[in-house]
Design a protein around this ligand. Structure first.
Ligand code: O7E
Length: 213
C-alpha cells in the first residue's frame, strides 16, 4: 500500500451497498481498506477481491490458531487478493511464523489492544508480542491510538517495522497524537463510515495526521 494519507479505512459495515458507497467516497483519501469479520460474514469473502481492485486490502481476521491452520487461513486470504493479514501473537512464535511464511512477510501482529479491556491481558505482554513480531519477520504491529505513550514504547522495541494504529475517533484517540508517537498509519472505522459525509471525515483525518508528522 502507498504511504500517502496514512489513513486506513476500517470497513466494518454489513452490506455491499454501504461498503461500495463508503469506499467510493473515500478512495482518494485513504491508503488501504481493512476488512474484518462483520463485512465478510455479511456479504461473503469475495468482497476481499472486489475491494482489492480499488485499494490495498488488509484482512483483519485476527488469526489465532496452530501453525497449520494459520497457514491455511492466510493462503486462502491472500488468494482472494489481500495485500496483508493481521494475526494475534499470543499463539506463539511458530504460529506467527506460519502466517509470515504464507503471506510473504505481509503480516501485522496485534500487541496492546485499544479498548479498555486491552489493558487486562494484552497490555502486560505487549512488549513481548512486539518483540515476537520482529523476530518472526512480520511487517509490523497493531498498537493503540488510545494510548499514544504505548505506541512510543513499542516503537523502541520494533525499530523500523510499521505501526498501524486503531482507536482514533469513536474510541477517543487522536490522529496527530498517534502519528507523533510513532504510528505509520491510523486505522479508522466509525468516525468515517458513520459520518453523514465520509469523504469529508476522511479528509479531516488526513489533515489531522499531517499535524503529527
Ligand atoms: O473504533 P473504530 O470504529 O474506528 O474501528 C476500529 C477498528 O480497528 C475495528 O475494525 C477494530 O476491530 C480494529 N481494532 C481496534 O479497534 N483495536 C485494536 O486493538 C485492534 C484492532 C484491529 O484492527 O486489529 C487489527 C488491526
Amino acid at each position: 500500500m502507498e504511504k500517502d494519507k496514512r489513513v486506513i479505512l476500517a470497513l466494518d459495515v454489513t452490506s455491499r451497498s454501504d461498503a461500495l458507497r463508503v469506499v467510493e467516497a473515500v478512495r482518494d483519501h485513504v491508503d488501504a481498506i481493512k476488512i474484518n469479520w462483520p463485512l465478510i460474514l455479511a456479504v461473503g469473502p469475495d468482497i476481499i477481491r472486489d475491494m482489492s481492485k480499488i485499494k490495498a486490502v488488509i484482512c483483519d481476521m485476527k488469526i489465532a490458531d496452530i501453525p497449520n491452520t494459520n497457514r491455511l487461513i492466510v493462503e486462502q486470504t491472500m488468494a482472494k487478493g489481500a495485500s496483508a493479514v493481521i494475526c494475534h501473537g499470543f499463539t506463539g512464535e511458530d504460529s506467527v511464523k506460519a502466517c509470515v511464511d504464507a503471506a510473504g512477510g505481509q503480516v501485522f501482529v496485534v500487541t496492546e489492544m485499544s479498548h479498555p479491556g486491552g489493558k487486562q491481558f494484552t497490555a502486560p505482554v505487549a512488549d513481548k508480542l512486539a518483540g515476537l513480531a520482529k523476530s518472526a519477520g512480520a511487517r509490523g504491529i497493531v498498537a493503540p491510538a488510545t494510548r499514544p505513550e504505548r505506541i512510543s514504547d513499542l516503537r523502541k522495541i520494533i525499530g523500523g517495522l510499521e505501526i498501524i494504529s486503531p482507536g482514533v475517533g469513536a474510541q477517543g484517540g487522536n490522529a496527530s497524537d498517534a502519528i507523533r508517537a510513532g504510528a505509520d498509519y491510523i486505522i479508522v472505522g466509525r468516525a468515517i463510515y458513520e459520518s453523514p459525509d465520509p469523504r469529508d471525515a476522511a479528509m479531516r483525518l488526513a489533515n489531522e495526521v499531517k499535524k503529527g508528522l
